[in-house]
Design a binder for this molecule. Sequence first.
Ligand code: AMP
Length: 422
Amino acid sequence: MPFSKLGLSDPIVKAVTELGYETPTPIQEKAIPVILTGKNLIAAAQTGTGKTASFVLPIIQMLSEEQRTVRRKRIRALILVPTRELAVQVENNVAQYSKHLALNSLAMYGGVDARQQKQQLIEGVDILVATPGRLLDMYSQRAVHFDELDILVLDEADRMLDMGFIEDINKIIERLPLERQNLLFSATLSKQVRILAKTAIDSPVEISVSPDSATTPQIDQWLITVDKDKKSALLSHLIKENQWDQALIFIETKHGAAKLVSQLEKRGINAEAFHSGRSQEVRAQLLADFKSGKLNLLVATGVAARGIDIDNLTRVVNYDLPFPADDYVHRIGRTGRAGASGEAVSFVSKDDFKNLCMIESRLGHLITRKEVEGFAPRKEVPISILNYVPKSKQNVGRNNPKNRPSNDRANKKNNQGTKGNS
Ligand code: AMP
């Protein structure tokens, strides 16, 4: 089905065509017509499915139809996002999609000087993409009023909850007009997300895109068991042996990122660290260089890298395994986007075992293990327990068979699969 059949106007179809989009993705096909009718919506869709356009395109369609100029300190649509990187990325999409329309937009987030954002806000913004904290800050400074707001989007709702934004979100929602359209997008519709949806969204239409649809990114996942102190040598080895053209390498701490970059440097490999200790300008430059191919290896802390959108990223490396397990899903979602294929490699030492159990339980299958000659670990990493329940969530003790290690046949069989994406 072409974009023009979804009820979108010529200037919007023109903008997406110029971006090279030929047909709508499944989430776009499902969500756009519903949103255009003015209904509330909750959607289960992961990053990489084209979810941003699925709400931005109908929003700009509806706002442009109204032909109303936004008044000072007013906003017409609010998109709440968890991180500054995602705010920049979503606003960037809004600007691209509405380039042939007379609409303005602004990305507003903390960690940078607020003056410029505030000034633009005061002049009135059609579509505001904001992180919750900075928005509340601006609201308390009376730089924005919500009385003319028509549409609220909660983007990556699960992530906002994971990051502890629930109170801020509730405070914002309490201040919005009761008459409004609400859209919620989340990778998973967990219990917490549903509770949030219930308080914020009246009788929504619910849609989801099935993770195994043909357009789902093809991500080849595998892991290498390795001792912790050998990880940097292993990384250098893989980069050199396999002549990796590009990799986004996730690591847990700022300090770890800086150390790894210097270890790589000593082996003649050029990489840059991307973390919250670097200024917004430096981070923006690094991302631009990484996207353009000027920089091949980016070592990023999980927190800083949330929301990074890089088209056709071929490879993600989990130098450390993330916690919670949803972060793993988000991280690997950075690769294999919009139908492209990608590779997600994880380095797993014995210390990572608990996180590995949680990730593989979340995936519902074991990730394929590969061995690299010369890097076999001294401390073996056991096979995961697929129904792993963290201690804090166990209400029955060790005698519950569910909590016992299960080196059963099914697990072993699963582990022999060819590709991890089984
Ligand atoms: P998202 O899930 O919103 O993060 O989008 C993932 C990527 O898919 C972004 O880089 C978009 O530019 C791209 N994209 C979105 N819609 C389409 C489409 N219909 N055709 C091709 N690429 C798309």
